[in-house]
Design a protein around this ligand. Sequence first.
Ligand SMILES: NC(=O)c1ccc[n+]([C@@H]2O[C@H](COP(=O)([O-])OP(=O)(O)OC[C@H]3O[C@@H](n4cnc5c(N)ncnc54)[C@H](O)[C@@H]3O)[C@@H](O)[C@H]2O)c1
Length: 256
Amino acid sequence: MTDKYLPRYENKVIIVTGAGGGIGTAIAQRFAREGGQVVVTDSNAELANETTASIVAEGLKAVTMVADISSRDECYKLIADVEAQFGKIDVLINNAGINRRGPLMELSDEDWDLTMQVNVTSMFHLCRAAIPNMIKNGGAAIVNTASQWGLYPAPGHIAYNVSKAAVASFTQNLARDYAPHKIRVNGVCPGEIGTPMLQKAAERKGLTFADFDKMVPFGRIGRPDEVAALMAFLASEEAEFMCGSLVEITGAQPVA
Ligand SMILES: NC(=O)c1ccc[n+]([C@@H]2O[C@H](COP(=O)([O-])OP(=O)(O)OC[C@H]3O[C@@H](n4cnc5c(N)ncnc54)[C@H](O)[C@@H]3O)[C@@H](O)[C@H]2O)c1
């Protein structure tokens, strides 16, 4: 915990998937700064270790557990490893995602399948693996990273948009089914956030983040730490009555 932040996650165990990436790193750092024990997980060991090292360097608590969540077995192993090391899971942040672009006829079967595996099916397996532990402990919070494009599709990204629409529906379904167990499930729907994922999109179009800034009514794209702050609120006791919500964080940018 640091002075600037509330101690909302002291003695809590938080798993963050995709924690080597732009938004995931910020989420892991935020929960650690609020006193949490963070499990930094990503398929990219180097990126995950960088996130963990940044947290440990602040004197805060994080461990790396490498997992490729497109694999059912690795999802179950990840949760089993967290249970073995920490005994409980207070918060699961399903944040890892990939963006394979293209309209229907330009996508490969592999692009479609991998998008669904990483963005959607991983949540199915991770939640199935974690929920028995969460019920046993009397409740938990799950926050899923969907996307504004899952609600209002941008052209030329059918696999990504459909996967994120599925994340939104998965979030609402899980919330309805497990609210009686005090497992609160919510989703965030970011607009354009300055991360390596958006950087790739900008380079492909020959644009910079400054060009993207001009497209947002608020005057700039979002920052990863702003998504992390929303996640930290949604997973906290302050948001106790929020269950099944999908919260947009977009700077009022409409999908073009
Ligand atoms: N950046 C944006 O503008 C934006 C907007 C809306 C939603 N999102 C969503 O936010 C989430 C984070 O995106 P980001 O912008 O930080 O992207 P990013 O590419 O910077 O990070 C994604 C991370 O997920 C990891 N990952 C990918 N496949 C994995 C797998 N099979 N197993 C485990 N980890 C895997 C990557 O290694 C990477 O570290 C994603 O779900 C993305 O769809 C991002």
